[in-house]
Design a protein around this ligand. Structure first.
Ligand code: TYM
Length: 334
């Protein structure tokens, strides 16, 4: 079976970008019989981005509830919380010892932090950079290589990390003759980067997100806030540079997209386009939103699901890690 694996960092409330970039394709794949899926809550990764224990805990609940509300079947999929699998942390160390520091210097999250310091005129380019941030791609490699995933569905921003995981797997295989699978990133064509309210990439860090399950009224309010240009009704508009159209396309089928394209060419007004997007999105999100609101009130149920997933995941991770320990020489003397 082809193994498909992906994770979401538990630092915030899941938004439309997470949904179209990762969750939606992942859930669709999980119904195929020739695929084994591994989906997880990246809470070790969350420690890199935030130091508010309550926030991380709440986000873990929200992201788990999101997957379940969207119809993830935990009997078909291995669905777990990263920190329930301590084998990942150990593999992280072993892989780190095989990873060139120079490779990490090129990781874009680290480079962005350095660049921000330089732009702010800081003396120390590494100000605020923790070892967690610097080594973030190694931990991600451990997530992926632990289960020998073939495919990793992600948004465009994560592709570099998957390539680094490949690189690290290759080095391990070359030196220790291990048989790590070399993972591949899978990026959806139309949905690689979903933009947010201000037209930049939708991201928790830019505070421009549309959370997936906000109440109806709030959803309408947020959609009305999406930045558009000043073209008047009647003037033809370019759908390809329009965040509204992009969001619509991520949810619509090919025929619906063509109809919408024509509306832009015919000069539909922004107000109408926004109202229609709201109606359309709301139709898609209404039922899962109701399930989500119920699940959030039942953390004990979610915890049970996660522990079931952890048990399945560790049943694979533990013997595999033993084989890796042996390959690198960590084994009993007799
Ligand atoms: P994270 O939590 O930032 O995002 C989770 C997933 O959502 C995608 N995504 C987007 N896709 C399209 N448009 C957007 N605006 C958008 N914003 C986010 C991301 O590309 C990602 O696929 N390091 C990862 C989590 C992780 C992981 C892994 C992923 C940890 N270990 C192993 C895959 C495999 C992260 O921070 O994603």
């Amino acid at each position: 079976k082809t193994k498909v694996l992906t994770g979401i960092t538990t630092t915030g409330t899941p938004h439309l970008g997470n949904y179209v970039g990762a969750i939606k394709p992942a859930i669709e794949e999980s119904w195929r019989d020739d695929i084994a899926s591994y989906y997880f809550l990246a809470d070790y990764h969350a420690l890199i981005k935030g130091r508010d224990p309550k926030r991380i805990h709440q986000s873990t609940l929200e992201i788990a509830a999101t997957w379940l509300a969207l119809g993830l079947d935990t009997d078909r999929v291995t669905f777990y919380r990263q920190s329930d699998i301590p084998e990942i942390a150990e593999l992280n160390w072993i892989l780190g010892c095989m990873t060139a520091k120079g490779l990490m210097n090129r990781a874009h999250a680290y480079k962005a932090a350095v660049q921000a310091n330089e732009e702010a005129g800081e003396q120390d380019p590494d100000k605020g950079v923790t070892m967690g941030l610097f080594c973030y791609p190694v931990l991600m490699a451990a997530d992926i290589l632990m289960f020998n995933a073939h495919k990793v569905p992600v948004g465009r921003d994560q592709v570099q990390h998957i390539e680094m995981a490949r690189d690290i797997a290759g080095r391990m295989n070359h030196h220790y003759k291990t048989k790590f699978v070399l993972p591949e990133a899978v990026v959806g064509e139309s949905t690689a980067v979903l933009n947010g309210l201000d037209g930049r990439k939708m991201s928790k860090s830019y505070d421009n997100t549309i959370p997936l399950f906000v109440p109806e009224k709030k959803l309408l309010k947020l959609i009305r806030k999406i930045k558009t240009n000043s073209l008047e009704p009647g003037e033809p508009k370019d759908p390809d540079t329009c965040t509204l159209f992009q969001i619509y396309s991520a949810f619509a089928d090919a025929t619906q997209v063509e109809v919408k394209r024509q509306q832009y060419a015919d000069g539909a007004g922004w107000g109408d386009l926004k109202n229609e997007l709201f109606e359309f999105l709301n139709e898609h999100l209404k039922d899962p939103r109701e399930r989500y609101n119920a699940l959030i009130e039942d953390p004990a149920f979610i915890e049970k699901e996660l522990l079931k997933g952890a048990e399945k995941a560790r049943a694979e991770a533990a013997p595999f890690l033993t084989s890796i320990r042996q390959a690198v020489g960590l084994k009993p003397l007799v």
